[in-house]
Ligand binder design. Structure first.
Ligand code: SAM
Length: 344
Protein backbone atom coordinates (compact mmCIF):
# COMPACT_ATOMS: atom_id res chain seq x y z
CA UNK A 1 0.00 0.00 0.00
CA UNK A 2 2.67 2.48 1.03
CA UNK A 3 4.74 1.76 -2.06
CA UNK A 4 1.65 2.10 -4.24
CA UNK A 5 0.96 5.52 -2.74
CA UNK A 6 4.57 6.61 -3.19
CA UNK A 7 4.53 5.55 -6.83
CA UNK A 8 1.16 7.18 -7.42
CA UNK A 9 2.40 10.37 -5.78
CA UNK A 10 5.49 10.51 -7.97
CA UNK A 11 3.31 10.25 -11.09
CA UNK A 12 0.51 12.52 -9.88
CA UNK A 13 -0.22 16.01 -11.12
CA UNK A 14 -0.10 18.21 -8.05
CA UNK A 15 -2.29 21.23 -7.46
CA UNK A 16 -0.49 24.30 -6.17
CA UNK A 17 -2.39 27.13 -4.51
CA UNK A 18 -1.07 29.94 -2.32
CA UNK A 19 -1.81 28.09 0.91
CA UNK A 20 -1.20 24.43 0.02
CA UNK A 21 -0.15 21.65 -2.31
CA UNK A 22 -2.71 18.88 -2.86
CA UNK A 23 -3.13 15.83 -5.05
CA UNK A 24 -5.73 13.22 -5.77
CA UNK A 25 -4.57 9.81 -4.60
CA UNK A 26 -5.89 7.11 -6.95
CA UNK A 27 -5.06 4.36 -4.45
CA UNK A 28 -7.32 5.71 -1.72
CA UNK A 29 -9.46 7.80 -4.05
CA UNK A 30 -9.29 10.95 -1.97
CA UNK A 31 -7.66 14.36 -2.07
CA UNK A 32 -4.71 14.82 0.21
CA UNK A 33 -2.58 17.73 1.27
CA UNK A 34 1.16 17.43 0.73
CA UNK A 35 1.99 20.71 2.47
CA UNK A 36 0.05 23.64 3.93
CA UNK A 37 1.13 27.12 4.91
CA UNK A 38 -0.14 26.85 8.51
CA UNK A 39 3.05 24.85 9.12
CA UNK A 40 5.16 28.01 8.78
CA UNK A 41 5.83 28.38 12.57
CA UNK A 42 6.87 24.73 12.71
CA UNK A 43 9.27 25.11 9.81
CA UNK A 44 10.70 28.30 11.29
CA UNK A 45 11.32 26.53 14.61
CA UNK A 46 12.94 23.54 12.90
CA UNK A 47 15.42 25.85 11.20
CA UNK A 48 16.00 27.91 14.34
CA UNK A 49 16.79 24.83 16.44
CA UNK A 50 19.14 23.18 13.98
CA UNK A 51 20.80 25.68 11.64
CA UNK A 52 23.52 28.16 12.53
CA UNK A 53 25.17 30.67 10.27
CA UNK A 54 27.87 29.05 8.15
CA UNK A 55 26.47 25.54 8.47
CA UNK A 56 26.31 22.99 5.70
CA UNK A 57 22.62 22.05 5.59
CA UNK A 58 20.82 19.16 3.96
CA UNK A 59 17.06 19.54 3.48
CA UNK A 60 14.90 16.70 2.18
CA UNK A 61 11.55 17.63 0.57
CA UNK A 62 11.09 21.14 -0.88
CA UNK A 63 7.28 21.29 -0.87
CA UNK A 64 6.27 24.95 -0.69
CA UNK A 65 9.79 26.07 0.16
CA UNK A 66 8.74 27.39 3.57
CA UNK A 67 11.49 25.53 5.41
CA UNK A 68 13.92 26.42 2.63
CA UNK A 69 13.22 30.11 3.24
CA UNK A 70 13.74 29.67 6.97
CA UNK A 71 17.05 27.91 6.38
CA UNK A 72 18.26 30.58 3.95
CA UNK A 73 17.39 33.27 6.49
CA UNK A 74 20.04 31.74 8.75
CA UNK A 75 22.86 32.15 6.19
CA UNK A 76 24.11 28.61 5.74
CA UNK A 77 27.40 28.10 3.94
CA UNK A 78 25.70 25.54 1.75
CA UNK A 79 22.13 24.35 1.42
CA UNK A 80 21.44 21.12 -0.46
CA UNK A 81 17.81 20.30 -1.19
CA UNK A 82 16.63 16.84 -2.24
CA UNK A 83 13.32 16.76 -4.10
CA UNK A 84 11.97 14.03 -6.33
CA UNK A 85 8.57 15.16 -7.63
CA UNK A 86 9.01 16.63 -11.13
CA UNK A 87 6.68 19.58 -10.60
CA UNK A 88 8.18 20.45 -7.23
CA UNK A 89 11.68 20.15 -8.70
CA UNK A 90 10.77 22.92 -11.14
CA UNK A 91 9.48 25.08 -8.27
CA UNK A 92 12.65 24.43 -6.31
CA UNK A 93 14.87 25.35 -9.26
CA UNK A 94 13.01 28.63 -9.72
CA UNK A 95 13.31 29.35 -6.00
CA UNK A 96 17.05 28.51 -6.04
CA UNK A 97 17.81 30.78 -8.98
CA UNK A 98 20.39 33.36 -7.91
CA UNK A 99 21.09 31.67 -4.57
CA UNK A 100 24.74 30.70 -4.86
CA UNK A 101 24.78 28.47 -1.77
CA UNK A 102 21.89 26.23 -2.94
CA UNK A 103 22.20 22.91 -4.75
CA UNK A 104 19.15 20.93 -5.85
CA UNK A 105 19.50 17.15 -5.85
CA UNK A 106 16.74 16.15 -8.27
CA UNK A 107 15.95 12.74 -6.88
CA UNK A 108 15.13 10.90 -3.67
CA UNK A 109 17.29 11.88 -0.71
CA UNK A 110 18.48 8.31 -0.40
CA UNK A 111 20.23 8.58 -3.76
CA UNK A 112 22.47 11.40 -2.55
CA UNK A 113 25.70 9.47 -2.79
CA UNK A 114 28.99 10.64 -1.37
CA UNK A 115 28.82 13.74 0.84
CA UNK A 116 29.87 11.57 3.77
CA UNK A 117 30.40 13.51 6.97
CA UNK A 118 29.47 16.80 5.31
CA UNK A 119 26.39 18.19 7.01
CA UNK A 120 25.99 20.17 10.23
CA UNK A 121 22.22 19.92 9.98
CA UNK A 122 19.82 17.50 8.30
CA UNK A 123 16.14 18.46 8.06
CA UNK A 124 13.81 15.76 6.83
CA UNK A 125 10.27 16.60 5.71
CA UNK A 126 9.24 14.30 2.89
CA UNK A 127 5.88 12.82 1.99
CA UNK A 128 4.66 9.29 1.18
CA UNK A 129 8.27 8.25 1.71
CA UNK A 130 8.90 4.50 1.88
CA UNK A 131 12.62 4.92 2.45
CA UNK A 132 12.26 6.94 5.60
CA UNK A 133 12.02 4.33 8.32
CA UNK A 134 14.32 1.86 6.67
CA UNK A 135 17.14 4.27 5.94
CA UNK A 136 16.95 7.57 7.78
CA UNK A 137 19.09 6.73 10.81
CA UNK A 138 21.77 5.07 8.76
CA UNK A 139 21.69 7.98 6.31
CA UNK A 140 22.15 10.53 9.09
CA UNK A 141 25.08 8.67 10.61
CA UNK A 142 26.77 8.64 7.20
CA UNK A 143 26.07 12.24 6.24
CA UNK A 144 26.39 14.15 9.49
CA UNK A 145 29.59 16.11 10.07
CA UNK A 146 32.45 14.26 11.75
CA UNK A 147 32.18 16.44 14.80
CA UNK A 148 28.44 15.87 15.05
CA UNK A 149 25.38 17.78 13.96
CA UNK A 150 21.65 18.34 14.42
CA UNK A 151 18.79 16.48 12.85
CA UNK A 152 15.10 17.28 12.76
CA UNK A 153 12.18 15.66 10.99
CA UNK A 154 8.43 15.76 10.57
CA UNK A 155 6.82 14.51 13.75
CA UNK A 156 3.73 12.87 12.35
CA UNK A 157 2.41 11.90 15.79
CA UNK A 158 2.89 15.42 17.12
CA UNK A 159 3.81 14.00 20.55
CA UNK A 160 7.05 12.92 22.16
CA UNK A 161 6.55 9.26 23.01
CA UNK A 162 6.05 7.45 19.71
CA UNK A 163 9.12 5.25 19.27
CA UNK A 164 8.42 4.79 15.56
CA UNK A 165 8.39 8.54 15.05
CA UNK A 166 11.59 8.76 17.13
CA UNK A 167 13.30 6.24 14.83
CA UNK A 168 14.04 4.21 17.96
CA UNK A 169 16.78 6.57 19.02
CA UNK A 170 16.96 5.56 22.67
CA UNK A 171 17.64 8.97 24.07
CA UNK A 172 18.82 12.43 23.33
CA UNK A 173 15.83 13.70 21.36
CA UNK A 174 14.68 17.11 22.53
CA UNK A 175 11.19 18.37 21.78
CA UNK A 176 10.13 21.99 21.50
CA UNK A 177 6.46 22.93 21.52
CA UNK A 178 5.00 25.08 18.79
CA UNK A 179 1.39 26.34 18.97
CA UNK A 180 -0.42 25.93 15.69
CA UNK A 181 -3.95 26.46 14.36
CA UNK A 182 -4.38 24.21 11.35
CA UNK A 183 -7.57 24.28 9.32
CA UNK A 184 -9.14 20.81 9.18
CA UNK A 185 -6.92 18.64 7.02
CA UNK A 186 -6.00 15.00 6.39
CA UNK A 187 -2.75 14.84 8.34
CA UNK A 188 -2.51 17.06 11.45
CA UNK A 189 -5.27 18.65 13.48
CA UNK A 190 -3.78 19.32 16.91
CA UNK A 191 -3.02 22.70 18.43
CA UNK A 192 0.45 21.87 19.69
CA UNK A 193 3.23 20.35 17.67
CA UNK A 194 6.49 19.12 19.17
CA UNK A 195 9.55 19.75 17.00
CA UNK A 196 12.06 16.91 17.48
CA UNK A 197 15.79 17.56 17.41
CA UNK A 198 18.41 14.88 17.74
CA UNK A 199 22.00 15.94 18.19
CA UNK A 200 24.06 13.24 16.62
CA UNK A 201 27.62 12.56 17.57
CA UNK A 202 29.24 9.83 15.55
CA UNK A 203 30.73 6.99 17.56
CA UNK A 204 34.48 6.62 17.54
CA UNK A 205 35.55 5.63 14.06
CA UNK A 206 38.21 3.36 15.45
CA UNK A 207 39.84 2.30 18.63
CA UNK A 208 41.86 4.84 20.46
CA UNK A 209 43.29 6.24 23.63
CA UNK A 210 42.63 9.71 24.88
CA UNK A 211 44.94 11.94 22.91
CA UNK A 212 46.69 13.77 25.74
CA UNK A 213 47.94 10.55 27.33
CA UNK A 214 51.73 10.18 27.43
CA UNK A 215 53.66 7.53 25.59
CA UNK A 216 57.04 6.41 26.97
CA UNK A 217 59.99 7.04 24.66
CA UNK A 218 63.08 4.84 24.70
CA UNK A 219 65.40 7.61 25.91
CA UNK A 220 63.33 7.83 29.08
CA UNK A 221 61.20 10.78 28.15
CA UNK A 222 57.52 10.87 27.44
CA UNK A 223 55.56 12.45 24.64
CA UNK A 224 52.00 13.34 24.03
CA UNK A 225 50.50 10.35 22.35
CA UNK A 226 49.70 12.32 19.22
CA UNK A 227 53.37 13.15 18.64
CA UNK A 228 54.96 9.73 18.53
CA UNK A 229 55.80 9.70 14.83
CA UNK A 230 59.23 8.33 13.99
CA UNK A 231 60.59 8.10 17.49
CA UNK A 232 61.91 5.14 19.41
CA UNK A 233 59.44 4.02 22.00
CA UNK A 234 59.75 1.64 24.89
CA UNK A 235 57.99 -1.63 24.25
CA UNK A 236 57.50 -4.85 26.13
CA UNK A 237 56.25 -7.92 24.30
CA UNK A 238 55.26 -9.92 27.35
CA UNK A 239 54.84 -8.69 30.93
CA UNK A 240 55.67 -12.13 32.33
CA UNK A 241 59.13 -11.77 30.74
CA UNK A 242 59.21 -7.99 31.07
CA UNK A 243 62.19 -7.35 28.83
CA UNK A 244 62.00 -3.84 27.48
CA UNK A 245 63.21 -3.06 23.97
CA UNK A 246 63.26 0.04 21.85
CA UNK A 247 61.28 0.01 18.66
CA UNK A 248 60.76 2.66 16.08
CA UNK A 249 57.25 3.90 16.45
CA UNK A 250 54.70 3.90 13.72
CA UNK A 251 52.43 6.86 13.87
CA UNK A 252 49.29 8.01 15.53
CA UNK A 253 46.19 9.51 14.02
CA UNK A 254 43.52 11.62 15.61
CA UNK A 255 39.96 10.34 15.67
CA UNK A 256 36.87 11.74 17.31
CA UNK A 257 34.04 9.95 19.00
CA UNK A 258 31.96 9.64 22.10
CA UNK A 259 31.92 6.91 24.70
CA UNK A 260 34.99 6.56 26.83
CA UNK A 261 36.16 4.19 29.55
CA UNK A 262 38.01 5.83 32.39
CA UNK A 263 40.17 3.50 34.52
CA UNK A 264 41.03 4.44 38.10
CA UNK A 265 39.85 8.01 37.75
CA UNK A 266 42.10 9.12 34.90
CA UNK A 267 44.90 6.55 34.92
CA UNK A 268 43.81 5.62 31.39
CA UNK A 269 40.95 6.73 29.14
CA UNK A 270 40.31 4.53 26.13
CA UNK A 271 37.56 3.41 23.78
CA UNK A 272 35.74 0.16 24.48
CA UNK A 273 37.31 -1.69 21.56
CA UNK A 274 40.93 -0.93 22.40
CA UNK A 275 42.84 -4.17 23.10
CA UNK A 276 44.38 -4.29 26.56
CA UNK A 277 46.91 -6.48 28.37
CA UNK A 278 45.65 -7.51 31.79
CA UNK A 279 46.42 -10.01 34.51
CA UNK A 280 43.40 -12.07 35.52
CA UNK A 281 43.47 -15.21 37.64
CA UNK A 282 47.29 -15.04 37.70
CA UNK A 283 47.80 -14.96 33.90
CA UNK A 284 48.52 -12.15 31.47
CA UNK A 285 45.83 -12.17 28.81
CA UNK A 286 44.41 -9.86 26.19
CA UNK A 287 40.91 -8.42 26.43
CA UNK A 288 39.18 -5.46 24.92
CA UNK A 289 38.68 -2.52 27.23
CA UNK A 290 34.93 -3.11 27.48
CA UNK A 291 35.61 -6.61 28.85
CA UNK A 292 37.75 -5.43 31.76
CA UNK A 293 36.47 -5.66 35.32
CA UNK A 294 37.49 -4.26 38.68
CA UNK A 295 40.19 -6.56 40.08
CA UNK A 296 42.03 -7.01 36.77
CA UNK A 297 45.62 -5.82 36.92
CA UNK A 298 47.66 -3.69 34.52
CA UNK A 299 51.43 -3.78 33.98
CA UNK A 300 53.39 -0.65 34.83
CA UNK A 301 56.62 0.61 33.39
CA UNK A 302 58.33 0.24 36.80
CA UNK A 303 57.51 -3.51 36.50
CA UNK A 304 54.90 -3.42 39.20
CA UNK A 305 51.21 -4.14 38.76
CA UNK A 306 48.32 -1.81 39.37
CA UNK A 307 44.92 -3.15 40.21
CA UNK A 308 41.85 -1.72 38.53
CA UNK A 309 39.67 -0.37 41.32
CA UNK A 310 37.31 1.79 39.29
CA UNK A 311 35.95 1.74 35.76
CA UNK A 312 33.66 4.56 34.67
CA UNK A 313 31.98 4.86 31.32
CA UNK A 314 30.98 8.21 29.87
CA UNK A 315 28.15 7.60 27.40
CA UNK A 316 27.27 11.27 27.05
CA UNK A 317 27.27 13.12 23.76
CA UNK A 318 30.64 14.67 24.64
CA UNK A 319 33.02 14.41 21.70
CA UNK A 320 36.53 13.29 22.65
CA UNK A 321 39.66 13.39 20.59
CA UNK A 322 41.34 10.02 20.68
CA UNK A 323 44.65 8.95 19.22
CA UNK A 324 44.76 5.71 17.34
CA UNK A 325 48.30 4.40 17.67
CA UNK A 326 49.41 2.59 14.55
CA UNK A 327 52.41 0.63 15.77
CA UNK A 328 53.33 -3.02 15.55
CA UNK A 329 54.41 -3.26 19.18
CA UNK A 330 53.00 -2.88 22.63
CA UNK A 331 53.58 0.55 24.12
CA UNK A 332 53.43 2.31 27.46
CA UNK A 333 50.79 5.01 27.78
CA UNK A 334 50.72 6.86 31.08
CA UNK A 335 53.26 4.20 32.15
CA UNK A 336 50.74 1.39 31.57
CA UNK A 337 51.49 -1.35 29.04
CA UNK A 338 49.02 -1.21 26.16
CA UNK A 339 48.43 -3.74 23.46
CA UNK A 340 49.90 -2.62 20.13
CA UNK A 341 49.79 -4.19 16.70
CA UNK A 342 49.00 -2.72 13.34
CA UNK A 343 45.29 -2.95 13.98
CA UNK A 344 45.48 -1.67 17.56
C1 SAM B 1 5.67 18.05 3.25
S1 SAM B 1 6.46 18.55 1.79
C2 SAM B 1 7.82 19.44 2.39
C3 SAM B 1 7.42 20.78 2.87
C4 SAM B 1 8.55 21.71 3.13
N1 SAM B 1 9.25 21.38 4.34
C5 SAM B 1 8.08 23.15 3.18
O1 SAM B 1 8.48 23.86 4.11
O2 SAM B 1 7.36 23.57 2.30
C6 SAM B 1 7.18 17.04 1.27
C7 SAM B 1 8.04 17.16 0.04
O3 SAM B 1 8.88 16.01 -0.01
C8 SAM B 1 8.98 15.57 -1.34
N2 SAM B 1 9.41 14.16 -1.27
C9 SAM B 1 8.68 13.08 -0.97
N3 SAM B 1 9.44 11.97 -0.94
C10 SAM B 1 10.69 12.38 -1.23
C11 SAM B 1 11.93 11.71 -1.34
N4 SAM B 1 12.05 10.40 -1.11
N5 SAM B 1 13.05 12.42 -1.64
C12 SAM B 1 12.95 13.76 -1.84
N6 SAM B 1 11.80 14.46 -1.75
C13 SAM B 1 10.67 13.79 -1.45
C14 SAM B 1 7.62 15.82 -1.88
O4 SAM B 1 7.58 15.85 -3.28
C15 SAM B 1 7.29 17.17 -1.28
O5 SAM B 1 7.75 18.20 -2.07
Amino acid sequence: MATAIQNAYKDATLTFTDDKITWHCPVTNDTREVMMDWEQPIMAKMAELTVSEGDHVLECGFGMGILSDAIQARNPASHTICEFHPQVIEKAKTWASGKSNVTIHEDKWWSLFGETGRYDAILMDTYADDDLHAKFRQFCVAKIAKGGGKISWWNFSGGDSDEYMKFYWEDGIEFTDVSVSPPTNTYYNRSVYKVPVKTLTPPATGRGIISDANITMWHGGIKDILSVHNHYITTCADPSDSTFVNQQSGRSISIQGKGIYNINNGLLKVTGNHPMIIKRSGSWIEKNMNELVVGDKLFKKDRTEVEITQIDFDSSETVYTFARVLIDHNYFANNILMKGGSDA
